[in-house]
Design a protein around this ligand. Sequence first.
Ligand code: MTE
Length: 336
Amino acid sequence: MNKRYQPSVKLTENDVTDEDVYLQRRKVLKSLGFIGLGSLLPNSSQAFNLFGSKEETPTRTFVTQPLSFAKPEKYASQETQTPYEKVTSYNNFYEFGTSKEDPAKLAQEFKVEPWTLTIDGLVNKPITLSYDDLTQRFSLEERIYRLRCVEAWSMVIPWIGFPLSELIKQAAPLSSAKYVAFETLFDPKQMPGQASRFVGGGLDYPYVEGLTLAEAMHPLTLMSVGLYGKTLMPQNGAPIRLVVPWKYGFKNIKSIVRIRLTDKQPRSTWNELAPHEYGFYANVNPNVDHPRWSQKTERRITAGGLLSTKRIDTQLFNGYSEVASLYSNLDLRKFY
Ligand code: MTE
């Protein structure tokens, strides 16, 4: 547990409250100055919020690029996809503020080029990837995955990326490597939440995450460089982020600059902040409730207002049962 910082904002189940309560809460927070920053920005235009009503959001100025990619049948899906508009306007990226709308508003000037991603630690061949390497060094493919946030909302997103295992193989891990540690860019000049505890919710930056080496090498684990056919918007973690579809969303660290192979369990931002609420493993599990809310069901965000969608049952490992063998010797209640 991080003793120095107490979070001023924690992940909450705010997405499952009634619309009136949500809007009331925003009004109160606004009057207290807690969600002032994003809403004070100029150049606003009308857009639909999750409830289907209109609210102010800024014009998108960040430019994405189309990507070339395969569409393997194995990762196709008949599930209704969450519209691009919602995937890119309802985000958790505390480096750009703690409300869901902040990242889309405050990240439009984020510079992704040049970028360097270093893979080092317990490897024979450390690698440094440039911005172009991220989309050109590996064959890209589309994978339609469910994303289940620990806050009990979920989306279905057509990610574009490559398996993390391919990157790790190129670095030639040493036999002593047991874990993989990830780190987000630290640049308080570009990320207002890193410059101010008030904006960034009191998290200890840079944001860090970790996986066991076996989890990192699993074929489902994806390094994503795009979604809906084009490169990522900054609010989704441009230029490269992790996607581990059987784990809660907070494991999916964004805007990664370093991947380090280690022999010790890596630090994890939310786990350090509140270990009794956010475990290192963070596997989606309807049988292990969050101390402050149930994890049995989730609200799937699709087209239409948030409250017009029905709650659906949450599935163990978010339905990706092929990963169960990774945890056959683990008590999932203890190692949540
Ligand atoms: N990565 C960084 N660096 N900072 C963050 O605040 N939030 C996490 C994760 N990755 C976060 C992050 C959480 S809580 C979730 S649910 C997902 O990103 C949300 O991803 P999305 O906004 O693309 O849906």
